[in-house]
Design a protein around this ligand. Structure first.
Ligand code: BG6
Length: 511
């Protein structure tokens, strides 16, 4: 349904996009995600006619060499079987240009190249995708402006620009960056990527909440006890020590992915499915998140030490390359958020994320209050709370846990679950986030991209937490566990416990 809406609500550009320029073309993200996603779009016939993909990076490379690498990446990372004909046709669209991000002359060379493939008069739109380290964003934007490729230049008003995260390091740097970009591009030309927004089950949140009369009326403080959001990873920092140590889990995952999940869970019904209405409602949530009087009490950070995970030795975070010896950077964070509105009065949102945890699982757990009637309580039963679990990944699905009678002469009650297996119903190959994101950029649909005020309000919240913990030593935890034991105490003091993500019953069907 959302897709249907998107195609009908897409604003029509005067110019059809004809070229995607990827900055940072030799990086890991481009090879693992972007190029395979473009292969998929070609497979689906979703790339516009005569489309070009111009990959630019600092290294010296011939176009043939780059195509060879791109071919290898598609073969290695594509989620669908390779069709040689389609592979060749997407490779034909790929070009390579050497470009020093800081060298204006290289941009003039890029313009010449773009003219040579698109025609002198640029009758079509260009998409600039910045898949570089964030420290290059400003330089690239300034040089796009100096070389007249700016989106505010009348001739290029159909151009678009996409940014990978993180968008700034705090509110102040994000504002500076945004002001810089806004001098060169209009907000409707800017696509701030948060790939979590393009995950199928994240998009499903809106449908679950507002498309079901069994859930919608109960989605509030009257019926919900609390909400938990977990983004747990078994992986570590994967050679990204230098980047990670400057950011930590708070900036890497909480400020963007988790805040988006929280907004989509907590938002009120938008006026329509338009990008602006949906984003307006998300911003309202961010604006009503209460400032904590004591962030050190309402959040906690952790860092993994050395240990064994799945039979393999794991180095301590402090032993990772690129990490400072006495680093206090978090690899785990847990936070309790409270929302100051009628819908969520007294309903805490507990969120947590961490590297090298016991299992890979992203899920949203909505835990309901006990039934209002006292029938079973009066007979000494201790009923478990109903839970609605949105399993974002892996084993995508929705699980509803409720109480049922165990067969027999007596009334014995157990918690059972109704599981919706997304992969069983719709097939195991759900769209990769980047396929959807490219599709939407091409079609000028900004719904799944963060608007500036979302980023702004999110940083306001995160800055306060980060400032409080900045100089505080993190709690340590062993790899392969669910984080520091203090994290359990953290939620226990409110009389609650973390839901341990479990493989849903249907996961055997998916294997
Ligand atoms: C990225 C973070 O944004 O998200 C990574 O920089 C993290 O540290 C990743 O591993 C998680 O994404 P996914 O899609 O694998 O859950």
């Amino acid at each position: 349904m959302l897709l249907k809406k998107n195609s009908s609500m897409i604003q029509k550009d005067k110019k059809i996009p004809c070229t995607l320029v990827i900055f940072g073309a030799t990086g890991d993200l481009t090879h693992r995600k972007l190029i395979p996603a473009l292969y998929f779009l070609e497979y689906q016939n979703h790339l516009p006619k005569d489309f070009n993909i111009v990959c630019v990076a600092r290294r010296n490379k011939s176009p043939e060499e780059y195509r060879k690498e791109a071919k290898k990446s598609i073969k290695e990372f594509s989620r669908i079987k390779i069709d040689e004909k389609i592979l060749n046709s997407v490779l034909k669209k790929i070009h390579y240009q050497k470009l020093e991000f800081g060298n204006l002359y290289d941009y003039l060379g890029l313009i010449d190249f773009l003219k040579s493939i698109n025609g002198m008069d640029f009758k079509c739109g260009l998409i600039f995708y910045l898949a570089t380290a964030p420290k290059f964003f400003k330089t690239i934007i300034n040089n796009l402006a100096s070389s007249q490729l700016s989106g505010k230049n009348k001739k290029f008003n159909a151009n678009k620009v996409a940014f990978e995260k993180p968008f700034g390091k705090n509110l102040w740097t994000a504002k500076l960056l945004n002001n810089n970009i806004r001098k060169v591009f209009h907000e409707n030309q800017i696509y701030r990527i948060d790939h979590y927004l393009a995950k199928e089950l994240v998009q499903n949140l809106l449908v679950m909440h507002f498309g079901n009369s069994t859930f919608e009326p109960l989605w509030n403080t009257e019926f919900i006890d609390h909400v938990q959001i977990t983004v747990a990873e078994t992986l570590g920092i994967e050679g990204r020590g230098e980047y990670y140590d400057k950011n930590g889990s708070l900036r890497d995952v909480v400020q963007n992915h988790i805040m988006q999940l929280l907004c989509l869970t907590a938002m009120e019904c938008p006026e329509s499915l338009s990008a602006e209405h949906i984003r307006d409602e998300k911003v309202k949530v961010l604006k009503t998140i209460m400032k904590s009087n004591n962030p050190l009490k309402d959040s906690m950070k952790g860092q993994y030490v050395s240990g064994i995970q799945d039979g393999k030795k794991v180095k301590s975070y402090l032993g990772e390359e690129g990490v400072r010896k006495n680093s206090k950077t978090s690899t785990y964070f847990a936070i309790k958020f409270c929302i100051n509105n009628k819908k969520w009065k007294n309903v805490p949102f507990y969120v947590r994320t961490g590297k090298h945890l016991a299992d890979r699982a992203t899920e949203i757990v909505i835990e309901y209050k006990k039934p209002k009637n006292k029938l079973f309580k009066n007979h000494g039963y201790d009923l478990k709370n109903n839970q609605l679990i949105i399993r974002v990944q892996p084993d995508e699905g929705i699980i509803f846990k409720f109480n049922a009678k165990i067969p027999g002469n007596k009334i014995l009650i157990d918690q059972v679950s109704m599981d919706f297996c997304h992969g069983c119903k719709f097939g195991p190959n759900t769209a990769e986030a980047y396929e959807r994101l490219f599709h939407d950029i091409l079609n000028s649909d900004q719904t799944l991209f963060a608007r500036w005020d979302e980023v702004e309000y999110s940083w306001k919240i995160i800055d306060q937490i980060r400032d409080a913990w900045h100089d505080v030593k993190p709690y340590s935890y062993k790899p392969g566990t669910w984080g520091p034991k203090e994290a359990d105490k953290f939620i226990k003091k409110d009389g609650r416990s973390w839901n341990v993500p479990k493989k849903p019953s249907y996961s055997v069907l998916l294997d």
